[in-house]
Unconditional design. Structure first.
Length: 593
């Protein structure tokens, strides 16, 4: 059970007061009793001297026992005390409390303590229970003499009942108990009030301290006394201010750190010394597709990748410092990651670790694309160059004299040179678009006019292939914001492909419709179609569904890649749907002007 400090102080004060008052009581009781007893002795001593002088005047050796007893009775009645006259031989000669007959039967008193002391020193006194009168008495005895004889002739003894003393001391005791009881109550009250005065600032300090411990720094101790409590008040208020400032600094630092971690594009994982996760930032959650609660768990429990757990374990046990390692794993698609793991030490002991995850999947993909691009460009260049070189060598070896073959060979060289020039031009265009060096001039254009311009340029191809070209563009479609020549190139590439990969006497349809703040253009054909597994890669550079057929009809393999990059530069999207033997439909969006 919790006891308030006020009551503790009161209890201690009460105990001390009780102890002091008990000491005072014992001292006063003993001292006053002793004083009363001494006063009684002094009174008794005066009375016994008076009685001795009286007896000295009345006593004679010739007196009979009844006569001596009468003298004792007279003295006892006058002094209101028991008076006993004793001979030097110890025989009782008279007693004011006994009849003459009983006096004769009283045993010898020679060896009573007070009688012995009186004989030896002239004054005897004792306190004891009297077997004669059956009471506790205080005895005092002195020798008495005859008037003209200094030799003692007997002993006179006075006795006073101690019950009288007990009455006085009992009354005194009661008075002391009442007085000390009142004093105790007063001291207890004063102690309670004093303890309240003392405990009030302590309670205030305790309350404020609890508030500070709970994080409430708005309260201050309002004790302004010029003592230790005032000093304590000042110290606590200063401490509260300092703690508040330190906590605000820590919170600000933590918020800054969290803001940095949350805004980082790289994933960050922080662990404690036991290898359990303390923090995983948003970037890492998205990168590894972690949705569950991670704090307090080990990496293997939430990431479920053995290599990452091995790196975490290794860095926590490492004596050499940071670790860098590249891994590839499925999350759920394959990702390439570089992990930098660094131990966090405190006083020379590893207290945790920080792991930073760099997603290099796109970098590795671009490296692969670059390699493929170089290989594809080399391959695409090799064919026309080889053909040009071969036919040129043939002409140089004498075919120039054969006008029929010379003309055919010259046409082939010209065709291959045009193909080579087209390839180089497409590569340069794609490079300029990807590097951001191509300048786009955005302004409102009528999409119908752009389509009409492309249709006019391809009219001979339509006629040669027997292709029917149809447009379904509403008059109120509105204008789009675009770079006219670039979008014309997009339309040219898509419509030209629709003609090249169409069936004989097929149909090419260009349509447009609103899609929110965009216009969606569709180029549909009735051609051979594209296999479903080739659709995701159709916009890659140099990717061909049917490589032999593509080269046969003169494609470079870069047209759709150029289309994709131009549309994306216009903040649009491009997609394709296709069905084998039915045809394909390419759709792209442009923002309304």
């Amino acid at each position: 059970m919790r006891i308030n400090i006020q009551y503790k102080i009161t209890i201690v004060f009460a105990a001390i007061s009780a102890f002091i008052l008990l000491g005072v009581y014992i001292y006063l009781q003993n001292h006053l009793t002793d004083q009363i007893f001494k006063q009684l002795q002094a009174n008794l001593h005066g009375k016994i001297n008076l009685a001795a002088r009286y007896l000295q005047q009345q006593y004679s050796p010739r007196l009979s026992l009844p006569q001596i007893d009468q003298i004792a009775d007279a003295i006892g009645e006058d002094l209101d005390l028991r008076v006993t006259v004793i001979g030097l031989d110890g025989r009782v000669l008279g007693d004011s409390n006994l009849s003459p007959e009983m006096v004769e039967q009283v045993e010898n008193h020679l060896y009573r303590p007070e009688v012995q002391d009186a004989i030896k020193s002239g004054l005897g006194m004792s306190r004891r229970f009297s077997q004669t009168v059956k009471r506790e008495l205080l005895y005092m005895a002195i020798p008495f003499t005859l008037p003209r004889n200094q030799d003692s002739v007997g002993i006179i003894r006075l006795a006073v009942p101690l019950s009288e003393i007990n009455k006085v001391t009992g009354g005194l005791t009661n008075f002391l108990l009442v007085a000390l009881g009142i004093a105790f109550i007063v001291s207890l009250t004063l102690g309670f009030v004093g303890s309240h005065i003392i405990s009030k600032p302590i309670s205030e300090v305790s309350s404020i301290s609890k508030s500070i411990a709970a994080g409430d720094f708005s309260k201050v101790v309002t004790i302004h006394s010029k003592d230790e409590f005032g000093d304590l008040s000042t110290s606590i208020n200063y401490m509260s201010k300092q703690i508040k400032e330190r906590i605000e600094e820590v919170v600000a630092s933590r918020l800054r750190l969290e803001a940095v971690l949350l805004s980082m594009f790289d994933g960050v994982l922080v662990m404690n010394a036991d290898g359990k996760i303390l923090l995983m930032n948003k970037a890492l959650r998205e990168l590894l597709q972690v949705t569950e609660e991670v704090v307090g768990k080990k990496p293997i429990e939430v990431i479920r990748n053995v290599e990452i757990q091995e790196i975490a374990t290794e860095v926590l046990e490492s004596k050499t410092g940071a670790i860098s390692r590249e891994i590839s794993a499925l999350f759920p698609r394959e990702k390439h990651l570089i992990i930098h793991a660094t131990p966090v030490t405190l006083h020379g002991v590893v207290d945790g670790a920080v792991m930073v995850f760099h997603n290099i999947t796109e970098l590795r993909r671009l490296e692969m694309v670059r390699k493929d691009f170089v290989a594809n460009v080399s391959h695409e260049l090799r064919t026309p160059i080889t053909n040009i070189k071969g036919y040129a060598e043939t002409l140089l070896e004498g075919a120039l004299d054969d006008k029929g073959n010379a003309e055919d060979f010259t046409n082939i060289i010209h065709s291959e040179a045009e193909r080579l020039a087209k390839l180089v031009e497409d590569v340069l265009d794609l490079s300029r678009i990807e590097s951001g060096k191509m300048q786009f001039h955005f302004k409102p254009h009528d999409i119908g006019d752009l389509v009409k311009r492309v249709e006019t340029g391809l009219s001979k191809q339509f006629a040669k292939s027997g292709i029917t070209f149809r447009t379904e563009i509403p008059d109120d479609i509105g204008k789009v914001r675009c770079d006219g020549p670039s979008i014309a190139q997009v339309l040219l590439n898509l419509i030209e492909n629709a003609v090249k990969y169409n069936k004989d006497n097929g149909l090419v349809t260009v349509s447009a419709q609103h899609k929110g703040r965009y216009v969606e253009l569709s180029i549909a054909d009735t051609g051979i179609g594209i296999p479903e597994n080739d659709l995701p890669r159709i916009f890659e550079r140099f990717y061909r569904v049917d490589k032999a057929h593509s080269r046969e009809i003169g494609g470079t393999g870069l047209g759709l890649s150029i289309v994709k990059h131009i549309v994306q530069a216009h903040q649009g999207e491009v997609r394709v749907t296709s069905q084998m033997g039915v045809g394909s439909c390419f759709r792209f969006t442009l923002p309304l002007a």
